[in-house]
Design a protein around this ligand. Structure first.
Ligand SMILES: C[S@@+](CC[C@H](N)C(=O)[O-])C[C@H]1O[C@@H](n2cnc3c(N)ncnc32)[C@H](O)[C@@H]1O
Length: 432
């Protein structure tokens, strides 16, 4: 019975679901600590571990699985780099044109284990040309031993098991016990001990742009996973990215996150469910809530649009015949642009639109997609301007009319929005 109590304590404190690590491993760890503390039986040990915080830490060390390595599954790091580069362009633009100094990209790695994950993030961003001031990386784990290792930053061959990477020679120096990471990369990461179950992790809500929480949720039961995901969602900015481990993506709550369809990235974008935004008039007036709301609507419009365009571009689909834009016929570039937007590759999508416009300056689809991309970047004025061009070139462009209506509403122009919606409905009727 005392063993059961100890396991319940572990569940309460670190969220551990015993079945996920195996009953026998947990029993072994408890027996090992009983022996080390010379407790005669499990009841005695339970009394000790309940009141002695240091012994509880020792037991936790015994149980956790610190398995990690540099660039573990490379795709999330590549995606992070592409996103960071996009933000960096906006960051530089903002400095140059608005004379403002926007906050750097904030990234959280939890759990960070012995540091391989957050250091991989730092190496990737520095490879991409970002400087130390452009980003902040917080790294958190419950294990004191793992954190100690991350401070020494000396690693053996198991940490370098990702194939085809050429970073070891560039960023590590051989020392007696392994390879030590260079100081300028070490300095990019702030390590801290923390427990995702019981501690408050971020200094404020919606603080991080990107969160890596990989290979932790697998150790929790469904209810604990949900609580942790809600916590991560609160810490993450609206539109921010969450990366999880490959066995964890099925657990992500579809109300709070939308999946980004990039193979092997296991990544999600935070959205705001309608019921999350409080209905009080006062709250909805707050600029942050307005932003949440508009983001949500944009995601919905874009999703519908992506589905529709997939149908339009499918040669077997009759919709192709009825769609009024001649320029999209036989041209699958917009299918590609859709997929790029869907996969969050906004820079590449925008480049393709511009290329299309060079070839065909009166291409309403290209203006429409540029409008979608601007809106996703939060540049709503620019988005409306681009959508106006799309509508001018194709007056029945119902998707551009629909998105323009959303943006007009958000600007407070309800009459304008109503008129756009009427036009949208008429255009849809004509196209059906
Ligand atoms: C398998 S490692 C994952 C490391 C890294 N994210 C990766 O994917 O390579 C799991 C880590 O979770 C940490 N951990 C377990 N429970 C935790 C908790 N409640 N809060 C914070 N860290 C925890 C462990 O100490 C361990 O280092």
């Amino acid at each position: 019975m005392a063993f059961v109590h100890i396991k319940n304590l572990l569940h309460k404190v670190i969220g551990l679901h015993v079945d996920t690590v195996g009953e026998s491993s947990v029993d072994r760890a408890i027996s090992h600590r009983m022996h080390a503390t010379t407790c005669g039986n499990a009841s005695e040990y339970y009394k000790l571990v309940k009141k002695d915080k240091l012994e509880l830490d020792e037991l936790i060390e015994e149980i956790v699985v610190p398995e990690t390595w540099f660039f573990r599954n490379i795709t999330p790091f590549e995606m992070l780099r592409d996103n960071a580069l996009k933000s960096h362009v906006n960051f530089e633009k903002s400095k140059k044109y608005n004379n403002q100094y926007p906050s750097p990209l904030r990234i959280l790695s939890i759990p960070c284990s012995s540091g391989e994950e957050p250091y991989s993030i730092a190496m990737m961003l520095s490879e991409a040309g970002l400087k130390g001031d452009d980003f902040l990386i917080d790294a958190i784990d419950i294990s004191k031993q793992a954190l100690k290792k991350s401070q020494r930053a000396i690693y053996g061959k198991h940490s370098f098991r990702e194939k085809g990477m050429d970073f070891q020679n560039k960023y590590f120096n051989p020392v007696k016990t392994g390879f030590q990471l260079v100081k300028n990369i070490r300095d990019c990461v702030s390590f801290q001990r923390g427990n995702i179950i019981t501690d408050s992790i971020s200094p404020m809500d919606e603080y991080y742009d990107i969160i890596f929480c990989r290979n932790l949720l697998i150790y929790f039961d469904r209810e604990t996973q949900q609580k942790v995901l809600n916590k991560l969602s609160t810490m993450l900015k609206c539109g921010g990215l969450l990366f999880v481990g490959h066995a964890e993506s099925g657990q992500i709550d579809k109300n709070n996150f939308s999946k980004i369809r990039v193979a092997k990235a296991f990544s999600f974008r935070k959205k705001i469910a309608r019921n999350f935004v409080k209905s009080s008039a006062q709250l909805s007036e707050h600029p942050v809530n307005k932003l949440k709301d508009i983001y949500d609507q944009l995601v919905e419009v874009t999703k519908k649009d992506i589905e529709l365009s997939k149908k339009i571009n499918d040669p077997k689909n009759r919709l192709m015949e009825s769609y009024n834009n001649n320029e999209t016929k036989n041209d699958n570039v917009f299918y590609k642009i859709n997929s790029l937007i869907d996969g969050n590759n906004l820079v590449e999508a925008s480049q393709l639109c511009k290329k299309s416009l060079k070839k065909q300056p009166e291409n309403s689809e290209a203006y429409y997609y540029l409008g979608v991309i601007s809106a996703l970047h939060g540049n709503n004025d620019e988005a409306e301007e681009l959508l106006r061009k799309a509508i001018y070139l194709s007056p029945d462009h119902h998707k551009a009319l629909e998105l323009s209506a959303v943006l007009a509403e958000k600007r407070g122009d309800n009459d304008g929005a109503k008129s756009l919606r009427r036009r949208e409905q008429k255009a849809r009727n004509r196209n059906s």
